[in-house]
Design a protein around this ligand. Sequence first.
Ligand SMILES: [Fe+2]
Ligand SMILES: [Fe+2]
Length: 300
Amino acid sequence: MNSRVLDIIKGIDDIPTLPSVAMEVMDLTRSAEVSIREISECIHKDPALAMRVLRMANSSFYRRGSKEIDTIHRAILMMGLNEVVNIATSVSVLSILNPKNDERESLRRKLCNHCIATALIARYMDKKIHLRAQGREFVGGLLHDIGKIIFDEYFHDRFLEAHELSIRKDCPMFEAEKEVIGATHMDVGSFLAQKWKLPPYLADIILNHHNPADAQLKDITALISIANLLAKAREISCGGDTISFVLKDQGAWLILKKLGHPMDTLDLERITFEMEDIGQEVQKYISTVLDQPSEGNADG
Ligand SMILES: [Fe+2]
Ligand SMILES: [Fe+2]
């Protein structure tokens, strides 16, 4: 990354931070000996976070049995530690990134909706090809374009300029960002993930989501890359790069195929049909996390 831009980002005082309890959870999960009790007590220290995690665990997005999950401890027993930590990460990130009411709300909402759509589609595709990414595809999808949100907030005019350049030159957004801002949203996003002490695999997914061949977790990153394209195809786009694509020719698709995943058995017509409702799913997800009526249209 351009060192000047890195310096600017490092120097931003009010760069968003994860809530302290979420950071503590991240720290705890680095230890191999962490117990369910420790994680659950840690999450309960932040009642708003605990409430959001439980609401999510009981929502149609995650709920498995008919019994209500009423404690974090129970959620971990029912869903597994990783899934609960993934939910805690997702709701923490979303609670700080969701747009407030200001003049930039519309673009910010589009960016957030695009990220949520990518996460939901990645989870859907994970089930389709039985990748068993265990929620990592969801958090990775949610965070993949977080660098764009930072650009929108702190480099707003140049971000819009890059957006226009991307349309004018019909080039990917990250190429235009490099030209106008001097760094890509992948550079900035992975920097932020490290700053937030998120698990290293997330910084790697963010860095390589446009080039999964270079990723450490090639399969999950390729899956997110495909989910990103599908989200854009549903016009839940956020960055100018409206390049038409054919899914089966995509590098990410070929990577998954090469790794032995059953890509040829997928019914693309059916998948496209099932994507129809993704806009409503995005709104449902937002209102479940934030417990507020959703606004705006994900297809906008
Ligand atoms: Fe991206
Ligand atoms: Fe994206």
